[in-house]
Ligand binder design. Structure first.
Ligand code: NAD
Ligand code: IPM
Ligand code: MN
Length: 367
């Protein structure tokens, strides 16, 4: 099988971990007999520097003409003083919107070997297998107006806007995932305050009638933030709006012990998907060969499964990651007693070798 993959490394550690995706694909290609044609383009700060805009037309065109897209991360101090409309992050928001990537899947499994690296007690961190379904192209991120007003520019407006259709499609997606998993859906909102959340809740209740096999509950976002830490094992699928999903998923990363472990998939109605780690460009460690490349490598596994329908190939990557962790290798962000700390390059090499070697299956799948 021949597939064209767009790789958009972006900024900071995005550039270091992108090579992990490329190496993993090369190993999968060799072992399973596929040809992955990798084409690179700039996005974010790198694109501001090269093309004067965070999402050049050529990058968008490449993304649209590819079978799937891999993205590292965008942003960094170099571009922090730019007006918000010109920042690197605007490139990421624009590509999500342009490609209609409304459904952001953020799976959070317990990696057995990493239980000790979580700040949570082992009995709490050890039994988690949740999926956060985050709405990605609406809400506060895209609501108009969004501006400064007043004589002295001292009034600010951000608008939390959702249409019924936008809520319906993400809610249906979440019900479908819940149906194919453990059949439990938690809808997270702030319906005690926000009108948008009241409509969100109504729609979840309406759609629940089409999914009698799924148990639904509603939780306010403040309580959900607490439950994610006190009893994360209670969740199967969480569905929530854009900003709540952003915040809750970084919080949930601590179940694994590091933000560097969480992959994500952003899906559109047309079937085109973009795959990126949940974390950002980590300027504090960029260029030091310290970044954990596993979120990026696991995002590549999600891409193989969801966009290319290569389940076995995706699982081969996940098994390789599990195997490297089980043997006690980790990057500095993971605090594991008695483990061997390796750099980004070495971690990529270890995982890549094990993809080629076909390590035996372990009990737990990542998603
Ligand atoms: P961040 O996610 O980049 O980093 C937060 C902390 O987690 C840092 O201490 C960092 O060192 C650590 N970390 C993150 N990923 C890691 C990895 N793979 N391995 C080891 N440690 C890791 O968030 P931030 O510092 O708040 O933001 C930095 C920049 O990234 C900002 O410009 C922000 O806008 C951007 N950002 C981009 C994305 C994205 O491209 N999807 C996501 C979040 C933040
Ligand atoms: C993420 C990031 C982005 C978001 C930023 C960089 C725009 O935090 O992908 O989680 O808030 O969606
Ligand atoms: Mn985020």
């Amino acid at each position: 099988m021949k597939k064209k993959i767009a790789i958009l490394p972006g900024d900071g550690i995005g550039r270091e971990i992108a090579s992990g995706a490329a190496s993993a694909l090369e190993a999968v290609g060799k072992r399973f007999g596929h040809e992955f044609e990798l084409e690179y383009a700039n996005i974010g700060g790198a694109a501001i520097d090269s093309d004067g805009t965070p999402l050049p037309d050529s990058t968008l065109a490449l993304a649209k003409s590819s079978d799937a897209i891999l993205l590292g991360a965008v942003g960094g101090p170099k571009w922090d003083s730019l007006p918000s409309a010109e920042r690197p992050e605007r490139g990421l928001l624009a590509i999500r919107k342009e490609l209609g990537l409304f459904a952001n899947l953020r799976p959070i499994p317990s990696f057995q070997k990493l239980v000790q690296s979580s700040p949570l007690k082992p009995e709490i961190a050890g039994n988690v297998n949740m999926l956060i379904v985050r709405e990605l192209t609406g809400g506060l991120y895209f609501g108009k107006p969004s501006e400064r007003r007043g004589e002295n520019n001292d009034v600010v407006v951000d608008t939390l806007l959702y249409t019924r259709e936008e809520i319906e499609r993400i809610v249906v997606k979440a019900f479908e995932f819940a149906k194919s998993r453990d059949g439990r859906l938690t809808s997270v909102d702030k319906a005690n305050v926000l009108e948008s959340s009241r409509m969100w809740r109504e729609i979840v209740n309406e759609k629940a009638a089409d999914y009698p096999e799924v148990t639904v509950d509603h939780m306010y976002v403040d309580a959900a933030a607490m439950k994610l830490i006190s009893s994360p094992g209670q969740f199967d699928v969480i569905v929530t709006e854009n900003l709540f999903g952003d915040i809750l998923s970084d919080e949930a990363s601590m179940i694994t012990g590091s933000l560097g472990m969480l992959p994500s998939a952003s899906l559109s109605e047309s079937g085109l998907g973009l795959y990126e780690p949940v974390h950002g460009s980590a300027p504090d460690i960029a260029g030091q060969n310290k970044a954990n490349p596993l979120a990026m490598i696991l995002s590549t596994a999600l891409m193989l499964k969801y966009s290319l329908h290569l389940r076995e190939e995706g699982e081969a990557i996940e098994r390789a990651v599990q195997s490297v962790l089980n043997d006690g290798f980790c990057t500095p962000d993971l605090q594991m007693e008695g483990s061997t700390i390796v750099g980004t390059d070495q971690m990529i090499k270890l995982v890549t070798e094990r993809i080629a070697d076909d390590v035996p299956a372990s009990a737990d799948e990542v998603v």
